[in-house]
Design a protein around this ligand. Structure first.
Ligand SMILES: Nc1ncnc2c1ncn2[C@@H]1O[C@H](COP(=O)(O)OP(=O)(O)O)[C@@H](O)[C@H]1O
Ligand SMILES: [Mg+2]
Length: 241
């Protein structure tokens, strides 16, 4: 069975159709890239699938059961976690506490929740930073903290919204390895990213959105040759050059 099945997902903001009849399936263990120019509807798609905003129409099924209409915390409990394009840690709380709060979702005992939080901080490479305030971390560290918080909710699927935005080349390299490490632990991943080299390197499959419409859905090596995709990114002329 498909892990996630999205059918005709549509979102209108007034007269603007931000996501237009999006359909795709996510297989267990996949790393699925989601790309598209600014305003293509990528973050809106994540918001719809994670219960942050209701769709105008369409269906999102996790393991054969609809998650449409559920609030974000209920969607998280079903096994879908996400990070935000703009990081949102509890800035005045220590790193460990940030992740422990997320671990409470499945583990009510503080000692066990903290132990789980420490394990997640180890996975993302923040073991040495547990006592620091979230606001004192670098952007790269804050992005990893967000991932640790998401992992602490024990997701089946993790949505990552531009996890490499604003990172330097070394940090981007580390982020690629982290995404692959998380997948190897059994978490299926869908990620939005503008860093083309990174997304083409780590994705098993890439979906391309343009004005809310899916214009490509193929392995990276085919996506880079797709004329519609090239046109969406570089302008009409480029595809025919
Ligand atoms: N809450 C909202 N209200 C009105 N318009 C929105 C809202 N969220 C996003 N949009 C619009 O929907 C389109 C898609 O936005 P978004 O999903 O953020 O794109 P992306 O993440 O691909 O850059 C944009 O035109 C954006 O301005
Ligand atoms: Mg976005």
């Amino acid at each position: 069975m498909e892990l996630l099945s999205v059918t005709n997902l549509t979102k209108d903001f007034g007269g603007l159709r931000a996501v237009a009849g999006l359909s795709f399936e996510l297989k267990p263990g996949e790393i699925l890239g989601l790309i598209g120019p600014n305003g293509a509807g990528k973050t809106t798609a994540f918001n719809l699938m994670a219960g942050f905003i209701p769709p105008t129409s369409g269906e999102v099924m996790l393991e054969g059961r609809s998650v449409v209409g559920l609030k974000p915390h209920a969607v998280v409990k079903r096994g879908i976690a996400r990070t935000f394009q703009i990081v949102k840690p509890f800035r005045n709380l220590p790193v460990l506490e940030n992740v422990t709060l997320a671990a409470f979702l499945h583990e009510p005992r503080r000692a066990s929740a903290e132990a789980e939080a420490k394990r997640m901080l180890g996975i993302v490479g923040l073991s040495g930073q547990v006592e620091r305030n979230a606001s004192d971390l670098t952007l790269g560290e804050q992005k990893r903290l967000e991932i640790a918080r998401a992992l602490a909710t024990r997701p089946k699927i993790l949505f990552l919204d531009e996890p490499m935005g604003g990172l330097n080349p070394t940090e981007i390299d580390e982020a690629c390895q982290l995404v692959q490490r998380i997948r190897d632990q059994g978490v299926t991943i869908m990620l939005v990213e503008h860093h083309m080299k990174a997304i083409m390197r780590i994705s098993d499959r890439v979906i391309v959105l343009h004005h809310g419409v899916k214009i490509g859905d193929a392995p990276p090596r085919e996506i880079v040759k797709n004329r519609d995709v090239i046109a969406a990114y570089l302008g009409e002329g480029a595809a025919h050059a």
